[in-house]
Design a protein around this ligand. Structure first.
Ligand SMILES: Cc1cc2nc3c(=O)[nH]c(=O)nc-3n(C[C@H](O)[C@H](O)[C@H](O)COP(=O)(O)O)c2cc1C
Length: 181
């Protein structure tokens, strides 16, 4: 069985990002995948301390819930990064987990997660794509460094707090999941 982990970066479990993630999760499960959603906002993930202690063995010296994030990422074929855009980047909840992903590199900066796939889902209030571009650049460079294949993205503009996600983007999310499943 193939596994996916959803790094869910929104604090709102019934908000726009959840609406965009739902068809991805349902489609993957429908194809027999095991899918685990990690609500990062509910987890205790401390900021990276920049000590590089993790590099030799891949074990961070901070004892917190990042060990679970790490475990599920290691067990997964696909990592789904789902986040609202906060100030042109991913949410702080997701950024904390991304910073701690330095533990996925070894002492020679070779990746321990090489070969996995990732997709990204973003929602944001702006009507055009400008707001999500810095986040997409960050994802692209991060996956490149980690040797993770960037298998696709859905970016949903016009997502106001009470507004919901446009139908076409929900459909695109489903199609993206079908393409990677
Ligand atoms: C702190 C904060 C920062 C935001 N920054 C942006 C932004 O830079 N660009 C934008 O278009 N929308 C921005 N938004 C709007 C959210 O990205 C948007 O409403 C998103 O769909 C919320 O997702 P959620 O329903 O999962 O919480 C911001 C919202 C908040 C709360």
């Amino acid at each position: 069985m193939k596994n996916a982990v959803v790094l869910f970066g929104s604090p709102r479990k019934k908000g726009n990002t959840a609406e965009l993630a739902r068809p991805v999760i349902a489609t993957l499960k429908g194809k027999g995948w095991g899918v685990r959603t990690l609500y990062l906002n509910d987890m205790n993930i401390r900021p990276c301390q920049g000590c590089y202690t993790c590099l030799p063995a891949g074990v961070c010296r901070i004892q917190d819930d990042m060990k679970d994030v790490r475990k599920y990422i290691m067990e997964s074929d696909l990592i789904v990064y789902a986040t609202p855009i906060y100030w042109f980047g991913p949410s702080g909840q997701l950024k904390l987990a991304m910073d701690r992903s330095i533990a996925f590199m070894d002492g020679n900066f070779a990746s321990r997660v090489k070969g996995k796939k990732a997709i990204t889902l973003t929602t944001f209030g702006d009507d055009n794509m400008d707001s999500c571009r810095p986040a997409i650049d960050m994802f692209t460079k991060t996956f490149d460094l980690l040797g993770v294949t960037y298998a696709g993205q859905v970016n949903a503009p016009g997502c106001l707090p009470q507004g919901g996600v446009g139908r076409e983007f929900v459909e695109k999310a489903k199609e993206l999941a079908e393409s990677v499943a």
